[in-house]
Ligand binder design. Sequence first.
Ligand code: ADP
Ligand code: MG
Length: 714
Amino acid sequence: MKEVLRLDDCVSSLRGVGAAKAKQLEKLGILSVRDLLYYFPRAYERRGDIRKLSEAEENLSNSFLLTVGTKVTTAKIRSGFSISKFRAFDESGSVEIMFFNSPFVKDVFHLGTVFRFYGKLYFHKGRPTLSNPKYEAYIEGIPLKNYVPVYSLTEGLTSNAVTKLVEQCMTDALSALSDPLPEHIRLSLKLPTLSYAIRAAHFPQTDAMLSAALRRLAFDEMLLFALQIAYAKKERDTRIGVTIPPCKVSELTALLPYELTASQKRSVNEIYRDMTTINKEGYTPTMARILVGDVGSGKTVCAALAAYIAIKGGFQVAFMVPTEILARQHYTELSSLFSKLGIRTSLLLGASTQSEKNRVYSEAEKGETDIIIGTHALLSDKVIFKNLGLVITDEQHRFGVVQRATLKEKNSAAHLLVMSATPIPRTLALALYGDLDVSRLTELPAGRKPIDTFVVDESYESRLIAFIEKQVNEGGQCYVVCPAIEQDEEEEYFSPERLNVSPTVTSVSKMKSAIEYAERLSTLLPSLRIGCLHGKMKAAQKDEIMRDFSAGKIHVLVSTTVIEVGVNVPNSNLMIVQNAERFGLSQLHQLRGRIGRGSRKSYCVLVTGDNAESAHARLSVMKRTTDGYEIAEQDLLQRGPGDFFSQNLSDNFRQSGGISFRFAKLCEDTSLFDSAFSTAKSIIQSDPSLDHPDHQALKKILITAKISDVASLS
Ligand code: ADP
Ligand code: MG
């Protein structure tokens, strides 16, 4: 009698698995029956979707139900190489089918028999052809699979072989699998059981079945992630922070030439409350708050107010930003504001001279400065604060969690304020910001002029040059952003990963280099002063150019994406982006945010080097809206959750202790995130240590952070 398979059994207890096969499986990380059950297909061939030959999709594999119409003939092409050919047909036409080095097919494809073929139809010498298609005999009454799973493989293993092994595991092993999700949660969210989901993920029969399976498996990942965050948050709530004494911010706001917007006031209040309130237990928990606001929404002044509150309370502030340009700009702005209030501001950059650095180190340690604005240089061990009370980081997506943590380690009781200009669809915000509390700037300051946006191709160049000249003659200034520094060289920040676009999409167009383009513009517009800025320049040089641009001494600034982050020159009113198809929508939105800050009418021109319709369609979103949230939603839609996740989740990913978002990536149902977070929250609230019997299985996974370990609970 056959032994019952157990989840922990070694794969070699499966039929057909000897030492060699076990080794191959091991290469894929499959040691046990459980591993195999969790070895999901990387794709499915939708072979159930049968097309007529006349309706084949270009460049895609399709299924065809064809009758063999001629005998198979085999020809030797050269030694050791043969082609076997025959013709087959359906009611819409016929096709030539070729197999290479497979003379045995003459015994498979008998005249008049019917097969389901799967492959790409292409034209060979003008004739429709299938080469080496996959095939299955079609016999009336015996159903063929609608979906054929495709597994990632290693040498010596075929997808078919893996399929057979998974099939073997299905019955006994699956029935032994216990479901970690409490049933009432599962039912209320209309999720299938775990064993149903696993079976359906390997062998779905319908689209509905597959999506139910993916939804369930995605939910498990999200819930575990959400549980970890809820845990972390609970833990943080008990971390004792410095208590900042109450103060009035009107001393500072009175110096501003404008009234704060409603959401600026609200956010500053939230920050104030976090840092000054003492809880029931008699202490102030450390603040961990993110301030999210679209470009131009006025985050800097909120940061200044937060810093003011901490400084007035007798504490020091560290303000970390990702680029030197931005650090200098913030320094210039804030030091002139703060000096009126007797607040001492210092600047610390990697490029600062040793003696400058030493001076700042000593000021920090002796408490002779109140706020240090700087780049990563702030992370140095040499930076020791006398009395650090608040850490601010700007543009958080540029900093890793670890860097943020390093700065916080300088005083673990210091409060943390993170600022981000990346508008994230609300549904994903929780996941992306992890355990941070969120404040939002929801409106732009009044009086902003709308920006007109155009998408053009390179044939518009002469008109564009004339347009630049006109804007400058009327007193405006212009940015031209190019993707590269020198031809075929990529900017430091310019990796496909940062860009949100895949390199294959963009390889067609030749990148404009900032340096060459600046030279070209100088020739074409000899009366204008053209500057060039890129990441490989020395800091002092960059600084000088930025200062000249700010002061209006440079009319046109040709640059790489170094200007993307936070730069503020209100007089500039024209933004031209070359090879715009190479940028993600969210990044274009950031770039466009550099203009429209002053009183001038502003224009953004996106120049595509790639004439493909898809590039235009993608970019036209930029014409339609200036709402960063809508653009982020579109970015999410266009790139798909997979891309969006892999880029935006990467930080939390590392933080999440190894939970992968394999299925969450594929899941288009973003409301599932909300469900996962509210479920996690209520679980942790009702049962903070997960001691309830219903939560044991979840707890165990949480500790091991590996979903496939649920099975070991049975
Ligand atoms: P971001 O949120 O992109 O960092 P900034 O803080 O650079 O935006 O602010 C953009 C511009 O808006 C700055 O010139 C700033 O002085 C101005 N600003 C900020 N808040 C207001 C406000 N409430 N009313 C008018 N202008 C404001
Ligand atoms: Mg900013």
